[in-house]
Design a protein around this ligand. Structure first.
Ligand SMILES: *[C@@H]1O[C@H](CO)[C@@H](O)[C@H](O)[C@H]1NC(C)=O
Ligand SMILES: *[C@@H]1O[C@H](CO)[C@@H](O)[C@H](O)[C@H]1NC(C)=O
Ligand SMILES: *[C@@H]1O[C@H](CO)[C@@H](O)[C@H](O)[C@H]1NC(C)=O
Length: 419
């Protein structure tokens, strides 16, 4: 009964019924169906097999600034999950002297950066073969990321040689415009301005810190006031967009407002922002202009300019939006414009005199019954950070000299790396 064989039907469709059109249609239908079933099975399998790409970056993250945040952003863009290794206090003390911020504070800062997925605290100061193996096996890391700045072992060899050889190393471009060295220089300059007694002392100290790479902080000309403002950071709209969430509040969002200088963004800031964000669905942060900060805290402040401070705040995962250059007084118009439900302020702040001030900057939200003070979880202010640095200035000075020597060697041989 050859009429029942499919091959017979296909090879001679005109021989007899069934209708050749129906046969052709059903064969095409079957082929199409098989194709789709096969394709979706294949896709499902592929998706299940495609693990997220995990990338790793480490650092001390002491005196963390937007340059670190930008490096973490770039690292995260090279994978799906970013694991950050924060180096312990003991390792930092052994290798370069005391850190400004404790491991706890540094981990708080790194964990709050919105591009960070995991933070680990057992990173060695100089990455070694053993730890790299641990990263690849225990932490399931696919790539180790590092900036294009030098990372040499004590014997002068490249710390990442093994990862490079294994093809599991990726490089990001160092953000130009800021380094911790510059920031320390600005702080010491601010101390020098205020003190009259040992002017020479701090001046030489400041010089030590400020001739990192290229431009000096204190050009010798111009008023001291302008010197504190010198920053090589050139803010572009692209960078601000990269740091923003780009989302407005939802239709029924409860909007919380907090304002301040947010100078030398630190763990105390992170913790109060976290609490504030928990009270609503959208956290709006008002960042005072440089003039506003100076008028309240003196000419030597802020250490970081408005754009630098804005980027640090924007990089924080608890923040939804910022006002770049907010007024000190919270007006009725602001509350209406941004549909603010609650205005908050921490109990630990640089300037707590506002409650007694006349006029009080929060008198409008207070009168409306939408002002609340939040118990600050950490007892840290910008002055705390400055005090720690000044107290340790000799150690920092020595560290800086060493760092300069090794960086100088590196910069002599530096070549261009495209981002
Ligand atoms: C600061 O000055 C004092 C005396 O005026 C001196 O003993 C000390 O070594 C100086 N410190 C630095 C860092 O130059
Ligand atoms: C303003 O905020 C309240 C919550 O406090 C919300 O219910 C309301 O929908 C918001 N209004 C607009 C126009 O988004
Ligand atoms: C820089 O390059 C020169 C010439 O290629 C070489 O002699 C020198 O050792 C290099 N220095 C470093 C620190 O790599």
């Amino acid at each position: 009964m050859e009429a029942f064989s499919i091959s017979g039907l296909l090879s001679d469709p005109f021989r007899s019924p069934p209708d050749p059109n129906i046969v052709a249609t059903s064969v095409i239908g079957a082929v199409v169906l098989l194709f789709f079933v096969g394709f979706s099975l294949w896709r499902g399998l592929r998706r299940r097999r495609r693990k997220p790409v995990r990338v790793y970056m480490d650092g001390c993250f002491d005196m963390m600034h937007y340059g670190h945040c930008n490096a973490l952003r770039q690292a995260r863009a090279l994978g799906d999950e970013l694991v950050v290794g924060v180096i312990s206090d003991e390792e930092i003390i052994a290798n370069k002297g005391p850190p400004v911020s404790s491991l706890y504070e540094r981990m708080t800062m790194v964990g709050a950066v919105k591009w960070v997925d995991e933070v680990i605290s057992d990173a060695p100061y100089a990455i070694n073969e053993e730890f790299m193996k641990k990263l690849f096996t225990e932490y399931n890391i696919d790539y180790i990321i590092h900036g294009d700045d030098p990372c040499l072992l004590p014997d002068g060899t490249d710390a990442y040689a093994i990862a490079k050889k294994a093809g599991r190393y990726k490089q990001i471009k160092r953000t130009e415009g800021v380094s911790s060295t510059d920031i320390v220089g600005r702080m010491l300059l601010c101390v020098r301005e205020r003190s009259t007694g040992d002017k020479h002392n701090h001046s030489s100290l400041q010089r030590q810190f400020s001739h990192g790479h290229g431009q000096k902080l204190d050009g010798g000309s111009g008023s001291p006031r302008s010197a504190t403002r010198i920053s090589r950071f050139l803010p572009t709209s692209r960078r601000i967009v990269q740091f923003s969430n780009g989302k407005g509040p939802g239709p029924d969002s409860r909007i919380i407002y907090i304002d301040g200088a947010f100078d030398l963004f630190h763990a105390g800031h992170v913790e109060i922002l976290r609490l504030a964000r928990d009270l609503g669905d959208f956290l709006l942060v008002g960042i005072y202009s440089d003039q506003t900060v100076s008028s309240v805290q003196g000419l030597h402040r802020p250490i970081m300019n408005l754009h630098e401070r804005s980027l640090s705040v924007l990089a924080c995962r608890y923040v939804d939006e910022v006002i770049i250059g907010a007024p000190r007084e919270v007006s009725k118009d602001m509350i209406t414009t941004f549909n603010i439900s609650l205005v908050v302020h921490g109990t630990i702040a640089e300037n707590m005199g506002f409650l007694k001030e006349e006029p009080n900057q929060y008198r409008v939200p207070m009168a409306m019954g939408i002002f609340r003070q939040l118990e600050s979880p950490l007892d840290i202010t910008t002055s705390t950070i400055i005090r720690r640095i000044v107290a340790n200035h000799e150690a920092y000075q020595k560290r800086n000299e060493k760092k300069e020597a090794s960086e100088k060697k590196y910069y002599e041989n530096k070549t261009h790396i495209s981002e």
